[in-house]
Structures are given as structure tokens and as C-alpha cells.
Design a binder for this molecule. Structure first.
Ligand code: NAP
Length: 358
């Protein structure tokens, strides 16, 4: 496999730091540029981080002395990269403007940000689930007037604890779901040191999260028609998203009704057998097993199970019949790995394997 030159835009943030670690000695990608806000520009990565390293694994050596570029200085970044990963904290309109500027400069953008997720010609990828959505890239390139530049995004971290588990059950026609998510503080780019109010506390509000958690699954389950993604209309989903005092890992409590109600054995079999293109292509970040079910009543737990298969697997447990809905269960995924940087790296690996980074 040819090696691609990758930039990390937002390299100093929580997700950017995950990218820095995941791309260390990556078989497909070499980090050749790092960018962040004008505050960090011109400093080495170590200087720019200045005590803000948020991970419990050390900063990789390769990046320590790299100079941070201003993310807005696309002319400086363009000659250095084939594509960029993007995870920046800016208002949505500014993120969309910046990502489209990169694409128009013929730099492919693999984004963690939500700004472009709603656009029907932007693929929002969970590579195990909807790799065929990459077909809309051609439509997007026409809109942007580009030869090579485009934006591919990954969905919100909250949905990755239940969408992977509902996908193998779509043949049973789920039509109504209630989901409550219990989300880690790293989802807000924070640690306990930076957010002491979260210690011994639960906050029943995460701005914008419920809308994303209800709408984004319908795009993931949508079909490509006339060069764009037409969202699915079912299942209708209602959510409550709650911040809990956990460092990493989002847990979802799910209730679901089906038009063709499956048996417990059918659900467990569907989960056990489900795999996607990343497993078939043996992509470097693909979990050996996408979905793992625990029989124990007290699993999955965020702390015990978030790191399964390098934080790229999704776990489930407590599948049981419900008195109001048909079935209920619990799902867990790692929000900054599967839900953010890891998911984006896997998407880029898929794009590379399909020649879509050339
Ligand atoms: P974060 O820790 O606050 O990092 C923000 C990054 O944005 C930093 O690199 C920062 O650079 C940069 N930045 C801030 N202002 C900028 C500007 N004016 N121009 C260019 N860069 C600027 O945030 P995060 O948690 O990594 O999240 C980043 C993005 O990923 C957000 O859109 C978030 O919604 C999304 N996301 C996060 C998660 C998660 O679990 N954390 C999951 C999925 C998606 P400086 O250090 O120079 O300020």
C-alpha cells in the first residue's frame, strides 16, 4: 500500500491528540503537517500543548518537535499533505467554511466536526455500515468545483453505541426507539482537572446532542439515489443525552419496537455474525469483531469494555424483552476512538483502500 501524507487540523485538541497517537507508525499514513489555532501556530507541538496533554498514553516522539501551522493558512499546508483529518472547535458556519476551503484547495478532508454532516452529498461514514455512501463524493466534487478535493465526515460519538447494534436488525424493521445516552466528559474535550464540576455529578444536558442522536442514524441508514443520500424515515428515535462522571466511553440504554419482532436468538446471531468491509479488507484499525455481546448482567461497563479491540469494537449486554417496547439492551463504545479519531482513521483507511485518496 502506498503511504499517504496526512495533516491533523486541530492537532492540539482532545481528538487531535488521539489522532497523533493513532497515526504513530501507521502503515498507510505519515503525519506531515499539524495545524491548530493562531494561538498555537509557530510553536512546536510540545510548546503548543504546554501541559494540555489529555491522554494517559505519552505523546509520541515523532510529533514533539513538529511546528504547528495556523489551520487557516491553507497555502502553507497544501504542499505538505494528500489529505487532512480535521477536529476543531469553532462555530459550525466557520468550520464548514474552513473545510470547504480545504476541499476547494484540492485537499481531501476527513472530518470529525458536525458542520457538514447534514449535507446530502457528504458521506457520513461508519465504514462497517455504509461504505457505499462514498458514491456521493462525485456529486459533491461537482458542487464544489473540485477535481480531487472533497469532505467525508464521521457521525457523532453518541450514536456509535446503538447504531451499530440496530444495523444488523434492520431486516426486522425497527420503527420506534427510545435511547438514553450516558456520555463521558472527554466527549466535550475535557478531563476532570479541566472540569472539576463533573466530579460526583451528572448533568442532564449536552448542547445539540439529542438532535444529532435522533437525526444522524437516519442518514447512516439512508440510500444513495440520484447521486445524493436520501435519509431513511424509520425508525423514529427519541433521545436524552446525559453527561456522567466518566473519563471515556459512552453508554446507551436502548428500547426498540420492530414490525417483524425477532427472537432473542435471532438478535444475538445477527450481532455475532455482523461484519463489514473493514473486516473483509483487513484494514489496520478494523476491530477483529465489530460487535461483542456479554451474557453477564453487569456488562458492558464503560471502564471495563470501552477499550475492546483498541477502542474500535462496540459492546452490548442486558438484551431482554420489555413490557412496553419489544426489546431493550445496553450498548457501549469508546467516544474518542470508535466515536471520533479512530472512526476517522478507519474511514481514511477505507478511502485509501478504495483509491479515494489518490
Ligand atoms: P478541543 O479539545 O477543544 O480541541 C479543539 C481544537 O480546535 C484545538 O486543536 C484548537 O487549537 C483548535 N482551534 C480552536 N480554535 C481554533 C481556530 N480559531 N482556528 C483553528 N483551530 C482552532 O475539542 P475536541 O474535543 O478535540 O473536538 C474537536 C471537534 O471534534 C469538535 O467539532 C467536536 O465536536 C468533534 N468531536 C469530538 C469528540 C470527542 O469525543 N471529544 C467526538 C466526536 C467529535 P488550539 O489548541 O490552538 O486552541
Amino acid at each position: 500500500m502506498k503511504k499517504y501524507r496526512a495533516g491533523i487540523v486541530g492537532a492540539t485538541g482532545m481528538v487531535g491528540q488521539r489522532f497523533a497517537v493513532l497515526l504513530d507508525k501507521h502503515p498507510f499514513f505519515t503525519v506531515t503537517a499539524i495545524a491548530a489555532s493562531p494561538r498555537s501556530a509557530g510553536k512546536t507541538y510540545t510548546e503548543a500543548i504546554d501541559g494540555r496533554w489529555k491522554l494517559d498514553i505519552p505523546m509520541p516522539n515523532y510529533i514533539k518537535d513538529m511546528t504547528v501551522i495556523d489551520a487557516n493558512d491553507i497555502d502553507a499546508i497544501k504542499p505538505l499533505v494528500d489529505f487532512v483529518f480535521c477536529a476543531i472547535d469553532l462555530p459550525k458556519a466557520e468550520v464548514r467554511e474552513l473545510e470547504e476551503k480545504y476541499a476547494k484547495a484540492e485537499i481531501i478532508v476527513v472530518s470529525n466536526n458536525s458542520a457538514c454532516r447534514g449535507l446530502p452529498d457528504v458521506p457520513m461514514l461508519i465504514p462497517e455500515i455504509n461504505p457505499e455512501h462514498t458514491a456521493v463524493i462525485e456529486t459533491q466534487k461537482k458542487r464544489l468545483g473540485t477535481k480531487r478535493g472533497y469532505i467525508a465526515v464521521k457521525p457523532n460519538c453518541s450514536i456509535q453505541s446503538y447504531v451499530p447494534l440496530i444495523t444488523p436488525l434492520l431486516e426486522y424493521e425497527p420503527y420506534e426507539m427510545v435511547v438514553t445516552t450516558y456520555q463521558a466528559i472527554s466527549g466535550a474535550g475535557k478531563t476532570f482537572a479541566q472540569w472539576p464540576e463533573m466530579i460526583d455529578n451528572v448533568i442532564p444536558y449536552i448542547g445539540g446532542e439529542e438532535e444529532k442522536s435522533e437525526k444522524e442514524p437516519l442518514k447512516i441508514w439512508g440510500k444513495v439515489e440520484d447521486g445524493v443520500i436520501k435519509n431513511a424515515s424509520l425508525p423514529v428515535i427519541t433521545t436524552q443525552c446525559i453527561r456522567v462522571p466518566v473519563t471515556n466511553g459512552h453508554l446507551a440504554a436502548v428500547f426498540v419496537k420492530f414490525r417483524k419482532n425477532p427472537t432473542k436468538e435471532q438478535i444475538l446471531k445477527a450481532w455475532d455474525e455482523y461484519e463489514g468491509e473493514p473486516q473483509r479488507l483487513r484494514l489496520p484499525s478494523a476491530p477483529e469483531k465489530f460487535l461483542t455481546y456479554f451474557e453477564e448482567d453487569n456488562r458492558p461497563q464503560t471502564k471495563l469494555d470501552r477499550d475492546i479491540y483498541g477502542g474500535m469494537g462496540v459492546t452490548a449486554g442486558r438484551l431482554r424483552e420489555d413490557t412496553v417496547y419489544d426489546w431493550k439492551f445496553i450498548g457501549v463504545s469508546h467516544n474518542t476512538l470508535r466515536g471520533a479519531a479512530g472512526g476517522a482513521v478507519l474511514s481514511a483507511e477505507y478511502l485509501a483502500a478504495k483509491g479515494l485518496l489518490d
